[in-house]
Write a protein that binds this ligand. Structure first.
Ligand code: PLP
Length: 378
């Protein structure tokens, strides 16, 4: 049977054909035909105003942070239980990070704790849709509008997830997707920024194209292009976009395949959860998730470590997740935790992720289930 990996990057079989096509097109840099196909697909599917592929989810977040025009000393509210990229982008823009506790049921930012963290310096709220399960966006948007704040959704894990019928990433002012190899749809390294506030589209194009208005030039709107503002290079190469396009074409198949595995885990472990031995993820009403991740929470840290070890001995790779940012060296340097850390540290200490990827074999899935039941039923 062999080792069961935690993640296997998605591969559907048509990637090479499209990459070859990109090469044959003599257009392998950014904004070629495959980039356009991907951008348009994402815009249409998610009903988004504007989507632009980027070199990573991190660079999409960098773009969003820059577009928010944060000034040194401005504050950004975010969960501490997230990837360093969420925080780095705002540090790059000069912000002070204000971490807020998470909800234990979804591991998402606790929307009821946000208002208390707002000061006259607050500029942005950055909710992270952990495991592809949406944050409580109605409340977050209401708080943001009331206090005149921008919202950047870190939807790195939430491609294809929805909140009350709206695609994650399309609700705030900006949304950021990741197409890293660990994500549901991938191109190795890659991402996309979703611009939901039309006022930022032109600025985003310039920022992404080295500070030039080249996008307008290519559309024939201006006779020559010029350096008009600060910018950087966030364009994804068309070869990578070709790889991603293969997967977007069959996005529903990938999504359904992952959901089958997720549901199988959930059903199999319900009894353990009912007995109070483990905790399972909650999908709040109104949220449709994308089966990005399947995690369980053990009784405590030691039990989790023992479980990971037991699974490893049985050739199944299960892994913990984020070490909270507020207690990390950079977190201490760049931010502060507002309020009480009731769940961030204690719940992250207990969380473990199970193998989950497109095309996971039935037998492998069953082995993960059997070994997990064996460990916790002991
Ligand atoms: C929540 C979150 N934000 C941001 C990122 C960064 O995405 P990328 O790896 O594409 O830069 C990730 C990727 O792991 C993530 O999980």
């Amino acid at each position: 049977m062999g080792l069961i990996h935690f993640n296997v990057p998605p591969f559907v079989g048509t990637e090479f054909k499209y990459m070859q096509e990109a090469v044959n097109n003599h257009k392998i840099c950014g904004d070629g035909p495959f980039t356009k196909k991907c951008d348009e697909w994402l815009e249409k599917r998610f009903n988004a105003k504007k989507v632009m592929l980027t070199t990573s989810g991190s660079s999409a977040l960098d773009m969003a942070a820059i577009l928010c025009e944060i000034k040194p000393g401005d504050e950004v509210i975010l969960p501490s239980y997230t990837f360093s990229s969420t925080a780095n982008s705002f540090v790059l823009a000069g912000a002070t990070l204000v971490f807020v506790d998470i909800r234990p049921d979804t591991m998402n930012i606790d929307e009821t704790k946000i208002e208390d963290a707002i000061t006259e310096k607050t500029k942005v709220i950055c909710p992270v849709h952990y495991a592809g399960v949406a944050c409580e966006m109605d409340i977050i948007m209401e708080i943001a509008r009331k206090h005149n704040l921008l919202v950047v959704e870190d939807a790195a894990q939430a491609v294809m997830s929805t909140y009350k019928g709206q695609a994650c990433g399309t609700i705030g002012d900006f949304g950021c997707f990741s197409f890293h190899e660990t994500k549901n749809y991938s191109m190795g390294e890659g991402g996309a920024i979703v611009i939901n506030n039309e006022a930022y589209i032109e600025k985003a194009e310039i920022l992404r194209e080295k500070g030039t208005n080249r996008s307008q030039f290519f559309r024939g709107q201006i006779a020559k292009y010029n350096w008009v503002d600060f910018g950087d290079s966030y364009l994804q190469s068309d070869i990578n976009a070709a790889y991603l396009w293969a997967q977007l074409e069959v996005a529903d198949d990938i999504n359904n395949n992952r959901l089958v595995a997720w549901n199988a885990y959930y059903e199999a472990f319900k009894t353990l959860a009912d007995k109070g031995i483990i905790e399972l993820p909650t999908i709040p009403e109104g949220c449709i998730h994308n089966a990005h991740m399947f995690y369980i929470k053990c009784k405590d840290f030691d039990k989790r470590q023992a479980y990971i070890q037991f699974m490893k001995e049985n050739e199944v790779l299960c892994v913990f997740h984020y070490v909270p940012l507020h207690s990390a060296p950079a977190g201490l340097k760049f931010g502060r935790f507002n309020g009480i850390d009731k769940h961030t540290t204690s719940d992250s200490d207990r969380l473990v992720r199970l193998p989950m990827y497109y095309g996971i074999k039935k037998d492998d899935l069953q082995k993960v289930i059997d070994k997990t039941l064996e460990f916790f039923d002991k």
